[in-house]
Ligand binder design. Sequence first.
Ligand code: UN1
Length: 508
Amino acid sequence: PLVREQLLERLAALESKHWHAEPTFRSDAEGETAPITQPQDLSAEVGTRRDCTPEEVEAAIGQALLIQPGWNRLGGEKRALLLEAAADLFEEHTDEFLSLCRREAGKTLLDAVLELREAVDFLRYYAAEARRLFSAPLMLPGPTGEENRLSLAGRGVFATISPWNFPLAIFIGPAAAALAAGNTVVAKPAEQTPLIAALAVKLCHEAGIPEAVFQLLPGAGDVGQMITSDPRIAGVAFTGSTETAQAINRSLASREGPIATFIAETGGQNAMIVDSSALPEQVTRDVVSSAFQSAGQRCSALRMLYLQDDVADEMLAMIRGAFEVLEIGDPAELTTDVGPVIDPDAKAALDRHVARRKKNGRTVWQRKLPKGTGAGCFVAPTIIELDSILDLKRENFGPVLHVARFKADQLERVVDDINATGYGLTLGLHSRIDAVRELVEAKARVGNFYVNRNQIGAVVESQPFGGDGLSGTGPKAGGPHYVARFASERVVSIDTTAAGGNASLLAS
Ligand code: UN1
């Protein structure tokens, strides 16, 4: 408790700090400036964002291109040391990051701590990957008298476009992977959360990563559009909505010149299946955290719960019991379970979704918002009964859980329906029957399958994260194949039977 109180005191001291995000190389030109306000109180300004102008985007990519060969030549070991130095500085600046996670992104203290942890894990893991993949070429087998070496190098300038729901971890993760691989990076953070990104980039520079190597390009969608349509960009790593990923893909495809690499981690229509052998207390805990932690604003979050009909009423009663006591409110309070959603647009879309289901006569359980939440973007946690996951047309990115019932002999059809959404990110299963797990595991097309636990909070390295189909391109963030995707491969084949170099040259 003492540590907690000291932490709260330190955070209180940062409460009125005004932050600013601007392009790493700012010209004298006038760019648009936008205020950044708190999701829990739209009248409270946290800082300002000065957007990149078209000329600054142009110049930023030019600088990144110029310095890239040098950064690439530095090699895996030196790049790893710089990323590790950045990780150390991130940990030293815990208070600022926790404060910004709450004030800029509306995160609870628990979520903020987890976010910083994940960011540091990404930096350290990708540093280790830089050492593993970029220190020495891989010798490939070949016929006698021939040497074949496979080596990896940076592709050039990578653009990273990142989301507001993990404004630190998923801002720094893809950027660190691109940097580890020997690319330079132009990074566009979500327009809602540029301030935490600006602090992250500043600390990377303090750690010794040159400014031209890792640049911040704040702005809205138009800045992203300018970056992804530039033929000098060798690759894009994007996390966000499926629709935006499709738009970036089109933009990359219509450019003249080199073909870009595209790595996308997008949305999900994530389900959990609970059969009659599941343990009710465990199910309750895992459903509530998967659906409502982070106010449901994780792409891994549970959207559609399938309960086997013979236990559905009992399970639902327990889940509703836990749902009724969730604390909703200001993330500044340590007891808060569910904070705000990110902005008024997000709130309006979620409220519309719930209103439509009520109008259609669906059973809806909805919490009442407590007093004092009127100034922020709060959405009342909601549970809605549906017939099937196919009743959902789009991802509902917030604290709204849908529930359907199934009969034991319909298990395969349930998995077919989940696959038919076209998404494939997370799937949860609660069952103590091995044959059920084997069936679902074999049939479900998802990137992350969670059994008898919650389905959020993938841990870097142990649980690489990402999906296919409408959910993204893979490879998985935090896994052993990720960093290599940011690199180009080169094979050098030498005939070693020929007589020594200069002698044979003179002889010819
Ligand atoms: C996302 O919401 O964009 O598994 C990804 C999790 C997180 C990743 C979520 N590590 O919940």
